[in-house]
Design a protein around this ligand. Structure first.
Ligand SMILES: [Zn+2]
Length: 379
């Protein structure tokens, strides 16, 4: 058994002082006890930071790890989409798998317990079936052509054969026809790129860089004109009983958040990816709108095509206006809820095995993360 303490512990009741965690050899949390004189406790491990459960990266594309540094930053959304297309396939399958494996190990060491990972092929399933991280694989359906869903179905079957959790999901509200979107929402747990950029919203108004790109590329998008916005289309086409993860939402308004919350039977989880938004468009996630609406929030790194790292602490550092305790809940419990793992991970609750993570580099006076702040796994 290990007994671990630090100035602050993220308990199920919030960020608390004077708490010690007891953890059994198999990682089960056996007790949270008061601990006011750590120097007088025998065999107590003491760390100068914040202790918390394992984190959940609620939005990642592990299979794109080989794209690190290959897509230029700040090119706007249409520029990013073109850069991504150009960089696709710019490595051998072995190099792609090696890049994914490296990042999987890095995330585990940094204290990531579970990942909501978007998949377009089966490349990462070998890595994931040996990984200690729990993955939920969101197998994406996209494409504006009339092609069938066979390719995604095949990827889904391979994930399930490998013993991985997986569901089919629509990629976004701009990259599928209505018929395909409806097929793609047949599973219960969905994760959709949503209202990510101004260009995505402008597309519905027949203007902007994405609209121009669709015209040049000859993409057919008959939904333009049928719906006034990504929100209108989401609500018209998604059954209310789905468990929805909405990713990015940089352009969403407070009224739209409230409309969306009212549509779904189970409150959706909103995933913020601040560093990816900055990398692509210098945008920021709508954290103040989401907080005013009191909705469930989680944090994602997105992929290494639009980020320099898969580092959850770096994402948290990028949202300094949000109280630290709240950010830590987003990175743990919020992510676990997004993946339907809220009963397993995300809280240091007695009887669970959520992992134990230390964040170092905290300024306890301002309760902010210093630029040097990092996380590492203790259990
Ligand atoms: Zn993404």
């Amino acid at each position: 058994m290990r007994r671990i303490a630090a100035p602050y512990v993220l308990t199920p009741e919030g960020l608390q002082r004077g708490v010690m965690i007891e953890v059994a050899d198999d990682g089960t949390v056996t007790a949270l006890r008061e601990c006011h004189a750590p120097d007088r406790q025998e065999s107590l491990e003491w760390y100068n930071g914040i202790l918390m459960p394992g984190m959940v990266n609620a939005h990642c594309h592990l299979e794109l790890s080989y794209m690190h540094g290959k897509v230029a930053p700040h090119g706007g959304f249409a520029g990013f989409a073109r850069g991504l297309r150009a960089a696709r396939g710019s490595a051998t399958p072995d190099e792609m798998v090696a890049a994914a494996e490296l990042r999987d190990r890095e995330m585990w060491s940094a204290g990531v317990q579970a990942v909501g990972d978007v998949c377009n092929d089966a490349l990462t399933f070998g890595v994931k079936s040996h990984s200690r991280i729990s993955y939920h694989n969101f197998v994406e359906l996209y494409g504006l052509g009339r092609r069938s869903a066979d390719a995604a179905e095949e990827v889904l079957a391979k994930a399930l054969d490998a013993g991985l959790r997986a569901t089919i999901t629509p990629h976004s509200l701009y990259s599928l026809r209505d018929e395909t979107y409806i097929v793609a929402t047949r599973d219960e747990r969905l994760s959709v790129h949503f209202a990510e950029s101004a260009e995505e919203v402008e597309l519905y108004q027949r203007r902007g860089a994405m609209w121009e790109w669709y015209g040049v590329a000859g993409f057919e998008a008959p939904f333009i004109g049928r719906y006034a916005s990504p929100t209108e289309r989401l609500l018209a086409l998604t059954p209310p009983n789905r468990r929805m993860v909405l990713v990015h939402a940089c352009m969403v308004t407070e009224q739209e958040v409230r409309q969306i919350e009212g549509h779904f039977e189970e409150p959706p989880v909103w995933v913020v990816c601040p560093l990816s938004n900055d990398y692509i468009s210098r945008l920021t996630p709508p954290v103040e709108v989401l907080r005013r609406c009191g909705v469930r929030v989680a944090v994602g790194t997105d992929s290494l095509s639009s980020n320099t790292d898969l580092d959850m602490v770096a994402e948290l550092r990028a949202m300094p206006s949000v109280p630290l305790a709240e950010r830590l809940v987003w990175a743990t419990e919020g992510g676990a809820e997004a993946l339907g793992l809220g009963d397993v991970f995300g809280r240091l609750a007695v009887g669970r095995r959520p992992g134990v993570v230390l964040i170092e580099g905290v300024d306890f006076e301002s309760m902010q993360l210093r630029p040097s702040a990092t996380s590492r796994r203790l259990i």
